[in-house]
Design a protein around this ligand. Sequence first.
Ligand code: ADP
Ligand code: MG
Length: 375
Amino acid sequence: MQTEKLFDRIDSIRFNNVTKKYGSRFAVQDLDLEIKGGELLILIGPSGSGKTTTLRMINRMIEQDSGNVAINDLDTKDLDPVRLRRNMGYVIQNIGLFPHMTIGDNIGLVPKLEGWDKEKIEERVRHLLDFVSLQPDMFIDRYPRQLSGGQQQRVGLARAMAMDPPLLLMDEPFGALDPILRKQLQKEFLKVKKEIGKTIVFVTHDIEEALVLGDRIAIMDQAKLVQVGTPEELIFNPVNEMVAHIVDTDRKFKHMDTLKVKDLMSAFREEYILDASMNACAAADEMTRNNIENAFVFREGELLGQLSMMDLMKCKEESRNISELAKPLKTFKPLDSVAFALSEMKQSGEHLALIMESSKPVGVLVSDEVLLKLI
Ligand code: ADP
Ligand code: MG
């Protein structure tokens, strides 16, 4: 049952005048686009602009009406669709792990279908768990429902990489996650990207995500490709108002000195608050239920510190109160300058800070060096 490798690496993916219609409406119209081997290309644009359709024409989950898609100059029409799909990883928002299968079995599914032996599968699964920062011993025998949304998303990425495909297709993979976690995963994903040197096509509607992750960004609107270029090209030479609006040049790229913490913070949510009296397991359950990976511990309105889901994973063995586990963090005010806040955070190596106003939390600041460089 072994599927032959179609390509060891991607040199290019070319859309040649590709059109897809539903009834009389264009989903994608006259698309000409070349994705280069080894790059992370972002597809961004309003809902319904044709991003998902474009992505799915690469693995033939959707067939175009006219034009062709070529990978390394091979017309995908001439390739068997199942074989084509086994040669690329596909990650979506609600990753659809099989609930009755362990994490290990979920990740090892395709290798098993491909007839790998047990030891080789387990070795691969452990390597992949480690790669997505989930301790293999802790996670391999768990079931999906025992994991938070962020942890499940990591498993989804591990599963997509099971066969070590040279190409990853990702459709809003972080879209359903809370904003803090999303930024963390983006940052980690950046490391993944550097390490693995794969070709990645990544759909998002979040321009910050696009600017942080993308080597190049393709902007779509109403079934058409409007502009493709590096983040700098889009920011400094937008082809029209719509692109300028999407990259939001005015708001994000005004001079650093004038930016306040409130301009860049994420909104605070009540679910981020945990009471200091909770034990670690109860806190982990509550965070899983709320689908958050970071929380702040308060005692009678007073901030004790922060907690991440990872800090709580050993709750059963250790059975501790979260007031003991909370780690210190910095707080700032909404009108503090971003430059000041980030340099303070950098000095103490923290990437998360709480924004307080009149002793109440109002926001969360997540440092992001890459975005900063762009500003
Ligand atoms: P995006 O991913 O950018 O939100 P899509 O590629 O999913 O957009 O969709 C592009 C357009 O095609 C939209 O107008 C959408 O309503 C339409 N469309 C997508 N799939 C179908 C379908 N199966 N049947 C009819 N119309 C569809
Ligand atoms: Mg979509």
